[in-house]
Write a protein that binds this ligand. Structure first.
Ligand code: BG6
Length: 462
């Protein structure tokens, strides 16, 4: 049975950074495509009026999108604004009145997790939670225990299937394609296991720093910001078993199963780095021990992946901006012609951003008399074919009640269990120079003569 569409969108934290950077551009896009025919109510503590709020929406589009005048006018006409304290019952009374006859609102909590308790309490007490769905942002908690606490708070007022936990990576075409490509191509399954895969690397490199988000970042760090969520989700898509069907729960069940098989990371399997100059960023503590780089060695203890090393690396101020997965196969038998050296085995490379490509690394005979080979790459450059941003995609899905691309509470907890042992100061932080690949100790994590594959600015032929 198709889920009922939400009939109003309410977003808390409406004057905040997330709304400014992501939500208004997504709202304009949804309006353009005819998917936002409902009241859109912003709630915030800023004491603004509706005109100021509309101006904020226009500024956001000028800064992070483009103002499409006709569409913006339609969106602006739908906007409502409620100014109030999140601890004050009258804020929710105003909201109930603004919702009018709407009986299935979608509440987007674009606010710090510390506010979830008063806001969900206020929604429940004013009947705004009845029939409603709720969206929450990542990172969901600071560790396993706090994520469990947030779940208790949300589940006290909303059913699990009414809670939409956003991880915007899951709204990216190239990430969804990992799942599709794996299970839609029969040539992959026979090699996709410990018998043939030598190691898997996932690198999320960003050439920029913390982009004016010093105070936020200094509370979070790389492991909480992108590893626990985006990169463990990518790992789950690469390693999960085939889902029983294409339904949201079948996929999420398999992701959960494989994340439960990932061994919690031992401190000796992790490196944390901090770029020089980070402590001078506004909002960052002068003696901060927070990491802006992390490298991890992981083990997936199940029949398919046992003893295959998985490496994850992410950081700010690295040489390029790129997210890439490399699955390296084992070398062929030494009896086969010339024996490939390090880095010459077959591989699959999934470039997830900024450009999207799938590369198959193979060997072919080099021209000439000797029976000797050379490396070649078969590159399928995929353009996403869709200008939908992850936020437009995910907000549209949540309005329709489609949870497939949202993370379930049990999966988030399984991911926290993996990184819990290396949070805070369990691993000392090592400085690194901006525009380098992080502390050199990251290369010591790799076993058996393996090297990190450093993504190029653009996928290029070798
Ligand atoms: C966010 C992190 O979740 O993802 C940021 O908070 C990071 O620190 C961003 O830069 C990367 O996402 P994208 O889609 O821009 O690659």
């Amino acid at each position: 049975m198709a889920a009922a569409r939400s009939d109003a969108l309410v977003f808390f934290g409406a004057t905040g950074d997330l709304a400014y950077r992501q939500i208004f551009p997504a709202l304009q896009a949804l309006t353009r495509h005819g998917h936002l025919e409902l009241p859109v109510i912003g709630v915030a503590r800023s004491g603004w009026n509706l005109d100021q709020f509309r101006e904020r929406a226009r500024d956001s589009l000028a800064q992070y999108g483009t103002v499409d005048a006709a569409t913006f006018d339609r969106l602006a006409a739908r906007l409502r604004y409620i100014s109030g304290d999140y601890h004050d019952g009258s804020t929710y009374e105003q909201l109930r009145r603004a919702l009018g006859s709407a009986s299935r609102p979608l509440h987007y909590l674009a606010i710090p997790p510390g506010m979830f308790e008063p806001v969900t309490r206020g929604l429940a007490a004013s009947s705004c939670a009845a029939g409603a769905r709720v969206i929450v942002e990542k990172p969901f908690g600071r560790d396993l225990a706090s994520a469990q606490g947030l779940d208790r708070t949300l589940l006290a007022r909303f059913a699990e299937d009414a809670i939409f936990r956003i991880d915007h990576y899951l709204g990216k075409e190239a990430v969804e394609n990992l799942l599709y490509f794996r299970f839609a191509n029969t040539f992959l399954e026979p090699v996709w296991h410990r018998g043939h895969v030598a190691n898997v690397q996932i690198t999320m490199a960003e050439a920029f720093g913390v982009q004016g988000r010093g105070a936020f970042y200094d509370e979070v760090g790389t492991i909480r910001d992108v590893v626990q969520n985006h990169l463990l989700q990518v790992l789950a898509l690469l390693t999960m078993e085939p889902p029983l069907d294409g339904g949201p729960d079948a996929i999420r069940d398999e992701k959960l199963r494989v994340l439960r098989a990932v061994r919690p990371v031992a401190p000796g399997d992790a490196v944390r780095g901090q770029f020089r100059g980070y402590r001078e960023v506004a909002g960052v503590r002068a003696d901060s021990q927070v990491e802006t780089f992390a490298a991890l060695r992981l083990h997936v203890d199940n029949a398919r992946w046992s003893r295959v090393p998985f490496y994850i690396r992410a950081g700010k101020c690295l040489p390029v901006t790129c997210t890439e997965v490399t699955v390296e196969l084992k070398p062929p038998s030494p009896a086969n012609f010339d024996i490939p050296g390090e880095g010459q085995s077959n591989y699959f490379r999934f470039r997830l951003s900024p450009d999207v490509a799938i590369t198959i690394g193979a060997r072919t005979k080099a021209p000439g008399e000797p029976l000797a080979g050379t490396a070649m790459a078969l590159v399928a450059r995929c353009h996403t074919g869709s200008e939908m941003t992850p936020y437009e995609r995910l907000l549209g899905d949540a309005l329709r009640g489609d949870a497939a691309l949202f993370t379930r509470g049990d999966t988030i907890e399984a991911a926290w269990r993996v990184v819990d042992p290396i949070l805070n100061d369990a691993v000392p932080v090592t400085p690194y120079e901006p525009a380098t690949w992080g502390p050199s100790s990251a290369s010591h994590l790799l076993a058996g003569g393996n090297r990190w594959h450093d993504p190029a600015p653009q996928e290029v032929l070798p």
